[in-house]
Design a protein around this ligand. Structure first.
Ligand code: GLN
Length: 485
């Protein structure tokens, strides 16, 4: 049962083939057997999960199901607040922090009867591309345990890939849903900025952050997205655009659809990634799609723009972790400055400290215009480039990541190489657009390759219908290697 796709699990529950308790037990057994190798979960509360599953089964039996989703397990990244549950952001500074309230997305999932499987590992405060920045453990890629699962939602992607869950929530500031989805061979959707409430998501870079789903099929993404999307009075940046309606989405027709690709070749793309991408484009062309080349030269600046803006916002957002209001307090003296200094020095990991320093520097009065101000102006140019593209094409295709999963430790000494993993994903966040990562088969090492599809603002239905069209193509097939089966 655990190797089933999300849609089969939902069908099985509805048809009474198995109960939610049976399903959860099967997943919990799988987690007990497999997670010691993969390390996707920071913790798992078996009793709480089984108790909720039993309640769901009782509701179903008495005809009082909360929705068609009642009893479906869903994983939760450890930066999304659940009342009475630890939310650590994989950081020592929040190691013992228990959230007093539910994030809006959690309220919405619970109101439909979803069963929560917290706490999935991540890079500390979602800063990273490999999940190696977690203060607690490094999650492994189920396709090769010596490799990273991508990041920062590496726990969410690896748990789904290793059949420990059918669907999970992640967050995406510069690629953190799409890049791990790509590296673990699962589907991942980063919604339009504002389409999903950020209330209760621990902030990294507020003008870029979005919560979104990862799943082992397209229905999982579409249906969870439909539940979590919509206006929220607790998040003033949430949009009044109506919630996503998955029932209205059919398969897209490839005949005459206009697909944009970047002109020239991505110099940093691995050969296997380039080959897979070109194969996919040829199939689409054969099926009648129009392939249109676009000038992406401005996107060469998206990494520096992103890292200036994201670090500036993170330096401000993380100032709240001061040893007084939240989490770890190291009070070796009574002086307030010492408490701040010692709590933050001991509580934050190196990558987070580096970003706070960088962001504080670029926001300082002497350098604001040269760095932060400039990055804001350049961000507008990136956004404008997409406005121009979408006059010519319906959506844009790129590989999600220039490489497949790299080895643990391979890029930790070279931050620029690590940041370059985000070359295709960060522009999408800078422009606030929706994008999906679709599994595009395996490379010659047996590692998953991902296809990123980007659409205009609030047009997630195009992404879902395109993904449905590609789902089931044998060329895109990704099956787990024996060692983890
Ligand atoms: N890898 C990027 C970063 O380190 C993106 C992370 C994210 O999307 N949360 O900032």
């Amino acid at each position: 049962m655990i190797h089933k796709k999300y849609s089969e699990i939902k069908k099985g529950l509805t048809a009474g083939e198995f109960s939610s308790s049976e399903l959860c037990k099967a997943y919990l057994d799988r987690i007990a057997g497999t997670d010691p190798k993969v390390q996707a979960f920071l913790a798992i509360d078996k009793e709480k999960i089984l108790k909720s599953a039993k309640e769901s089964d009782e509701r179903r039996k008495s005809g009082k199901s909360l929705s068609e989703f009642d009893g479906i397990p869903i994983g939760i990244k450890d930066n999304i607040c659940i009342a009475g549950t630890k939310t650590t952001c994989a950081s020592k500074i929040l190691e013992n922090f228990s959230s007093p309230y539910n994030a809006t997305v959690i309220e919405k999932l619970l109101s439909k009867g979803f069963l929560l499987f917290p706490r999935l590992n991540m890079d500390e405060f979602a800063m990273g591309s490999s999940t190696e920045n977690s203060a607690f453990q490094v999650t492994k890629n189920p396709f090769d345990l010596s490799r990273i699962p991508g990041g920062s939602s590496g726990g969410s992607a690896a748990a789904i890939a290793a059949s420990m869950l059918p669907v999970a929530l992640g967050s995406d500031t510069g690629g953190s849903i799409r890049q791990p989805a790509s590296m673990c061979g699962v589907w991942g959707l980063k919604p339009t900025y504002g389409r999903v409430s950020r209330y209760g998501l621990v902030a990294y870079a507020s003008s870029l952050d979005q919560i979104g789903p990862l799943s082992n099929d397209v229905s999982g993404i579409a249906e969870v997205f439909s539940v979590i999307s919509g206006k929220d009075i607790n998040d003033s940046t949430s949009s009044a655009t109506p919630s996503f309606d998955f029932n209205s989405v059919g398969k897209s027709s490839l005949k005459n659809c206009r697909i944009g690709i970047m002109a020239g070749e991505g110099a940093s793309w691995e050969e296997d990634v380039r080959n897979k991408f070109q194969d996919t484009i040829s199939i689409l062309r054969d099926k009648g799609a129009q392939i249109i080349e676009l000038d992406f030269s401005i996107h060469a600046y998206s990494i520096p723009i992103y890292y200036v803006i994201a670090t500036a916002e993170c330096s401000s957002n993380l100032s709240r972790f001061d040893g007084i209001r939240y989490g770890l307090r190291v009070a070796t003296s009574k002086k307030l400055d010492d408490i701040y200094l010692n709590s933050r020095s001991q509580g934050f990991g190196n990558e987070v400290k580096k970003r706070i320093l960088l962001g504080t520097f670029s926001l300082s009065s002497g350098y604001y215009d040269a760095y932060y101000g400039k990055a804001l102006e350049a961000r507008i140019l990136i956004k404008k480039s997409y406005d121009d593209y979408f006059k010519k094409v319906d959506f844009i295709l790129q590989p999600t990541s220039p490489t497949t999963a790299f080895r643990i430790g391979e890029k930790t000494k070279d931050p620029i190489q690590m940041y370059k993993a985000d070359i295709m994903t960060t522009s999408v966040n800078l422009a606030g657009l929706p994008a999906i990562s679709i599994p595009m088969g395996l490379d010659s090492k047996g590692l998953p390759v991902g296809l990123q599809v980007t659409a205009p603002h609030f047009r997630e239905e195009i992404l879902v219908s395109f993904a449905k069209e590609l789902e089931g193509w044998k060329e895109m097939n990704v099956s787990l290697p024996e060692q983890i089966k």
